[in-house]
Ligand binder design. Structure first.
Ligand SMILES: [Zn+2]
Ligand SMILES: [Zn+2]
Length: 396
């Protein structure tokens, strides 16, 4: 059974996972009440009044490998400790690890038994999407991925030839008819694919998972994706602790230094130095599918900061405008029920974009930080740049 925790998508957003990590590190999660949770995550508590936050979100927290139970206490994993440090773990590093660690069935659920032949449904999903893209350049639909998982019987650790065999466009119809036993299972599987679409080079548009990488980068990532293996523990809590403790040595297995995200260009245009945490950010801002989707739904040539209409200034062009991602530098795009959220992106002109990242750099340095703590902080800093520019314009 490919189970997930359906209906809690906002809790799986990387920015929220970061806050949940801070919570599990600060205190026993069982000591928190609904108001604590609301104040900290900003997310409404929709469970019945009799439910405690732990009862309601234990699955989210365990699926994310943030905490485990020991003698009736909730203890943070080593992974939660790392995520709670600003700028320490990027969205891409985290989700590539989770994809490699998540098994069917999972120790997040009560019926855990160490599997004899473990299957890795999220690893399968990512490798399926990558191999189909490498071979044909085509995106895969969520239904097709789930169908291929069920009908192939693959574990997720198969070779490129094996994946290419099942992801040929000709086989697509056959795959989609894979036997999905329960509607519930399908919904849960689909939601877990939406969760990993927070990876910076993925975009979900109307149930299709699109990739924005060049083929060589896609190939390199495919080749480096291996499962996090056993020995599995009989005890589900010990198993969660074990998996999470492997993060630090497994994180460098996957090379996330996408070549199409040239850091030279990044640094010369005023982005902060240091490499790792801004890589996710820049990849999102250059994600071609995301850019196309953004301008398809919100066609504009006007800069959100200086208000210049770039198509009037430069009438021989369509628009000269960048996408800026407002969330913390290490965060991915948010996943929503129908696809990738465009709400955290703004269209700004290249000059303002440079200026924004210079401002970020200065602000973070002055505040002795490597990254913004969370979404609110990044929105606040972006807002103050905007105010500055508007105040300046009053003089003209
Ligand atoms: Zn501008
Ligand atoms: Zn930007």
């Amino acid at each position: 059974m490919w189970r997930w925790d359906q209906g809690h998508l906002p809790y799986f957003q990387f920015d929220t996972i970061r806050r949940l990590s801070e919570l599990v590190v600060a205190s026993d999660f069982k000591t928190y009440d609904k108001n604590d949770l609301f104040n900290y995550t900003g997310l409404e508590f929709r469970a019945p009044a009799t439910h405690t936050p732990w009862r309601n979100y234990a699955r989210v927290i365990k699926l994310c490998l943030l905490a485990y139970e020991n003698n009736n206490r909730i203890l943070p994993t080593r992974l939660a400790n790392l995520i709670s440090q600003p700028g320490r773990v990027t969205c891409d590093e985290y989700f590539h690890f989770l994809v490699r660690a998540f098994t069917d069935s999972s120790p997040a659920f009560g019926n855990w038994k160490p599997p004899d032949n473990p299957r890795y449904p999220l690893l399968f999903s990512l490798k399926y999407v990558l191999s189909k893209y490498i071979v044909s350049g085509l995106p895969a639909t969520i239904a097709e991925i789930i169908g291929a998982y069920l009908s192939s019987g693959y574990s997720g650790d198969e070779t490129d030839e094996e994946f290419i065999r099942i992801s040929q466009p000709l086989n697509t119809n056959e795959q989609a008819t894979g036997n999905i036993q329960h509607e519930d299972e399908y919904r849960q599987a689909a939601e877990s694919i939406r969760v990993i679409s927070q990876i910076s080079y993925l975009t979900i548009v109307s149930n299709s998972v699109l990739i924005s990488l060049d083929a060589a980068d896609a190939r390199e990532i495919f080749d480096s994706l291996n499962p996090i293996i056993g020995p599995f523990s009989n005890n589900r809590n010990t198993e969660i602790e074990r998996l999470a403790s492997l993060y630090a040595c497994a994180v460098d297995d996957v090379n996330l230094d996408y070549k199409n995200t040239s850091l030279d260009e990044t640094i010369s245009s005023g982005f902060i130095e240091g490499g790792k945490i801004e890589r996710t950010h820049i990849t999102i801002e250059r994600n071609k599918n995301l850019i196309n989707e953004f301008f398809r739904l919100k066609p504009t040539s006007i800069c959100d900061l200086c208000g210049n209409d770039t198509s009037r200034m430069y009438p021989w062009t369509d628009r000269i405008i960048d996408l800026h991602h407002i969330l913390p530098l290490s965060s991915g795009t948010r996943a929503e029920a129908h696809g990738t959220s465009l709400d955290d992106l703004v269209a700004i002109c290249p000059s303002c974009h440079r200026a924004v990242h210079r401002f970020y750099h200065t602000w973070l340095t002055q505040n002795n930080k490597r990254d913004f703590d969370n979404k609110d902080e990044s929105v606040m800093v972006y807002g103050s740049i905007r105010q500055n520019i508007y105040a300046e314009r009053q003089w003209f």
